[in-house]
Design a protein around this ligand. Structure first.
Ligand SMILES: Cc1cc2nc3c(=O)[nH]c(=O)nc-3n(C[C@H](O)[C@H](O)[C@H](O)COP(=O)(O)OP(=O)(O)OC[C@H]3O[C@@H](n4cnc5c(N)ncnc54)[C@H](O)[C@@H]3O)c2cc1C
Length: 375
């Protein structure tokens, strides 16, 4: 392991990246392409539990490595309620899922081969200095001089934030039970007692799927609750009699506009750089787009958020409607799926979509709740 302060890199920019999560590793990969940059990624490398990162992608170069690592890819996806089913088919876009640990490991392995990149195992405590002469301080009492700092580790959500909390179960059934061609984004035919609740199903084979019980509410549930929900969904909705749980995953994602680093010496990226889509919890594709947009030449880059200003406003109103009228959620998501084509849906979820798509989204929403949410 190399410390940047030990490297003789006259005339070379020293870039410090705080956090070796998705955003930190993606940015390090992007910057290490420049011979004029020396990049150090700081993280204490505490174990990060494996989970799936799902995303829509067409042929974007920035998502090429992720697409190549996909556990599964789907051209069709659906949303189900007690009243109706909506299926969408992507022509240009597909829905993909990667294992977070496999993907992070792939990025790390390629960075470890790069001669201008290093990992430093410690927590960053604070920054000192000023523009172009910044010191990164770590909890081993070391100081690391940098010309520029990107921070992916400092983000906070407002106190009253609605959470997306879930537990996922990789289930192996004794007989074929899933259609591997079609992912289920949301199936609302489950209990709505704990909040806005749906099942998310990624069919990896006819007899193997990730089934996630996902809730939008302010309080995560007890662990056993999600499993119970998943079991009754498999029995009652999918008619599955016998299955084994081979692996589990869980998580909590804030559905909010997060604030990033307060220190102006650091440029926020990833969740610290507003990449998270507040109304859906998606950030993976957004992080890749954000990082790809960071110019290697620019001294003061301003990474683009995961959605345009107008889409962020739409997300805010949408979240307000969900919070005030959670019982409307199944119908609203269904309407969205019925109105948009698969590609339009993917573009809207990924952010920075064409105006035509934004207007279609607005036209799909029930007018009264949204007008009330404007005030
Ligand atoms: C369980 C889960 C599932 C998700 N699934 C999806 C999905 O399917 N699709 C999607 O689009 N989005 C998903 N998201 C949202 C988003 O893509 C992820 O949160 C993503 O990991 C964000 O990456 P990041 O690098 O911005 O932040 P983080 O992953 O939080 O990375 C921050 C890093 O900083 C490190 N760190 C923290 N403090 C310090 C410090 N003081 N010094 C040094 N390092 C520090 C941490 O150890 C961590 O490695 C999911 C989120 C979660 C939590």
């Amino acid at each position: 392991m190399t410390q940047i302060s030990q490297i003789d890199t006259f005339g070379i920019d020293h870039i410090g990246i705080v956090g070796a999560g998705c955003a930190g590793l993606c940015l390090a990969t992007h910057l290490s392409a420049s011979r004029q940059k020396y990049v150090t990624v700081f993280d204490d490398d505490a174990p990060r539990p494996d989970h799936v990162w799902s995303f829509w992608s067409g042929d974007e170069t920035c998502l090429e490595t992720a697409r190549a690592q996909s556990l599964g890819s789907w051209q069709n996806w659906g949303i189900h309620t007690h009243n109706a089913n909506a299926f969408m088919r992507g022509e240009h876009y597909q829905y993909h899922a990667v294992s977070s640990s496999v993907y992070e490991e792939a990025l790390r392995a390629s960075l470890e081969r790069a001669s201008n990149t290093a990992f430093y195992k410690a927590r960053v405590t604070h920054l000192s200095g000023e523009s172009q002469h910044i010191n990164i301080h770590t909890d081993d009492q070391k100081k690391h001089p940098c010309t520029q700092v990107f921070d992916s580790a400092t983000y906070t959500a407002p106190d009253d934030t609605m959470l997306q909390h879930f537990a996922g179960f990789y289930v192996r059934t004794s007989a074929p039970a899933f259609d591997p061609q079609t992912a289920t984004l949301m199936d609302f035919r489950v209990s709505q007692d704990k909040g806005i609740h749906f099942m998310y199903v990624l069919p990896l084979a006819p007899d193997y799927a990730l089934v996630e019980s996902t809730v939008f509410s302010h309080t995560p549930c007890a662990v056993g609750w999600y499993e119970q929900q998943m079991r009754s969904y498999l029995h009652n909705v999918l008619d599955v009699e016998h299955f084994n749980i081979e692996k589990t995953e869980w998580g909590v994602i804030p559905l909010a506009f997060l604030s990033g680093p307060e220190d102006p010496k650091a440029v926020g990226i990833g969740l610290s750089g507003q990449a998270l889509r507040a109304s859906s919890g998606y950030a993976f594709a957004q992080i890749h787009q954000q990082v790809a947009g960071i110019s290697l030449q620019e001294k003061n880059p301003k990474p683009s958020a995961g959605a345009s200003r107008f889409e962020r406003w739409m997300d805010k109103i949408f979240l307000r409607v969900l919070a005030r009228m959670p019982e409307k959620a199944p119908d609203m998501f269904l309407r969205l799926a019925q109105t948009l084509s698969g590609d339009e849906f993917a573009q809207f979820m990924n952010g920075h979509c064409p105006w035509r798509v934004r207007l279609k989204v607005i036209s799909a929403m029930p007018k009264a709740p949204f007008l009330q949410a404007l005030v």
